[in-house]
Design a protein around this ligand. Structure first.
Ligand SMILES: O=C[C@H](O)[C@H](O)[C@H](O)COP(=O)(O)O
Length: 223
């Protein structure tokens, strides 16, 4: 199977995973990226079985609306039953790196409001140690150089993602050459730098389940 076929398989598996959770008043949290897009397309086939969604990006919100699926403002929603999203890397504890599509902050906010986080990814994303994928950090624009200097002190090589403005109006630094042996500690350290909005480590609140697309089928991995 190609990588795209593996992504399609996990998108379908995610819908099958959440179907028993859906009731008339259920709100589904929806992530961002190519894998999440396939999930949205599969979810649309069941749009009569739940209330609506909260999206983690303007792009996903638009795709959901194009399918006729209601998208709610997070501030008007009490409870998100389940959040489904892709990742750039996952270790075996389901600590993740996310933000390759610059949606990390809204993703982390929606995860924080969700009862369960289902991560969907093809097998190329599962790693022993996080950090081969450069860690995205969303920064307030005027703080970009200051934050970059602090990230160098933490051992990384930050690179400004030129031309990218997040949905929140901020910039992204991609931090190369980190060997992330303690993801929870590094997530906390980077978030403590003044000017950082958030970073792409999802370790303090990891995924609850990883549906991993492999050549042997979709595997369900729990920490
Ligand atoms: O900001 C983007 C998100 O964190 C994505 O979930 C992540 O980059 C994975 O995207 P894809 O499914 O396209 O590999």
């Amino acid at each position: 199977m190609t990588q795209d076929e593996l992504k399609q398989a996990v998108a379908e598996a995610a819908v099958n995973y959440i179907l028993p959770l859906l009731e008339d008043d259920t709100i589904v949290g929806v992530g961002t990226g190519s894998t999440a897009n396939l999930f949205i397309d599969e979810l649309a086939k069941h749009k009569s079985k739940f209330d609506g969604t909260v999206a983690s990006s303007d792009a996903s919100a638009q795709r959901l609306k194009d399918h006729g699926i209601p998208v709610y403002d997070l501030n008007g929603v009490d409870q998100i039953r389940v959040y489904v999203d892709g990742a750039d890397e996952s270790n075996h504890h389901l600590h993740l790196i996310k933000g390759g599509g610059a949606a990390l902050t809204r993703e982390k906010i929606v995860v924080a409001c969700s009862d369960e986080f289902v991560c969907i990814a093809d097998e190329s994303k599962l790693v022993k140690v996080l950090g081969d994928f450069p860690l995205p950090v969303e920064v307030i624009p005027m703080a970009r150089s200051h934050v970059a200097r602090q990230l160098v002190k933490l051992g990384g090589d930050p690179v400004y993602r030129e031309g990218v403005v997040t949905d929140n109006g901020n910039h992204i630094l991609d931090v190369y050459n980190l060997e992330i042996l303690d993801p929870i500690k590094l997530e906390t350290q980077i978030n403590a730098i003044v000017g950082v909005v958030t970073n792409g480590l999802f370790a303090a609140r990891p995924a609850d389940v990883l549906l991993l697309g492999t050549q042997e089928g979709v595997k369900t991995i729990k920490p």
